[in-house]
Unconditional design. Structure first.
Length: 200
């Protein structure tokens, strides 16, 4: 039987996602996302859940590592474990991004990722370059654009650790970065980068 490429990630994520699979626990998580350092007793007063139900579900969330608590006198204040939620988000984004390059797109010699914004003047000039690259090398180069000034595109800017826009990131056929550039990248210079990976 063939091994799934998602096996490692799913084994890591399954306990966390299982803990989030109950509507009551999702309500608690959303509540904690809004109210930081929240005493357990106040949750049952703000949500349509009795104290025993809250206690039961908080225990499940804590066991999964999704929430943490800090002592405050005789009380315990609860908050989301931001590191775990960031891990979940990054694991999914990284896997999706990797799969968009390979496997499945083995025909592409290079993936050219443009990280910018449609509201940025140099980025707008790069749109022309991107279109030209797609038209000339579309069978060899996979071109992706992420507007990092939008909620949907911002995670990709964080993922690639960009410091300025536009930023161009180039991945080889195995999904490994081999070159990046900041600012407007003239097409003739960009093509030279593609040619280092056999693009003709």
């Amino acid at each position: 039987m063939q091994t799934s490429p998602y096996q490692d990630i799913t084994l890591k994520l399954a306990p966390m996602l299982d803990a989030l699979s109950h509507p009551a626990r999702l309500q608690i998580v959303l509540h904690l996302a809004k109210y930081k350092n929240c005493p357990a007793g106040s949750i049952s007063t703000r949500l349509p859940l009795c104290k025993s139900t809250v206690s039961q579900h908080m225990s499940k969330l804590k066991k999964a590592g999704l929430i943490t608590c800090t002592p405050d006198g005789v009380y315990q204040n609860y908050q989301l474990n931001d590191k775990i939620f960031a891990l979940v988000k990054n694991a999914v984004l990284t896997k999706v991004q990797t799969d968009s390059v390979k496997p499945g797109n083995a025909a592409y010699k290079v993936t050219f990722i443009e990280l910018g914004s449609v509201r940025c003047i140099p980025c707008q000039h790069m749109q022309i370059v991107m279109k030209s690259i797609e038209e000339k090398y579309g069978d060899q180069v996979n071109v992706d654009f992420y507007d990092v000034w939008t909620p949907e595109g911002r995670p990709y800017g964080q993922q690639y650790g960009i410091q300025a826009i536009p930023t161009q990131v180039f991945l080889d056929e195995k999904g490994k970065e081999f070159f990046r550039h900041e600012g407007y990248f003239p097409e003739e210079e960009l093509v030279k980068v593609l040619q280092t990976k056999g693009v003709k």
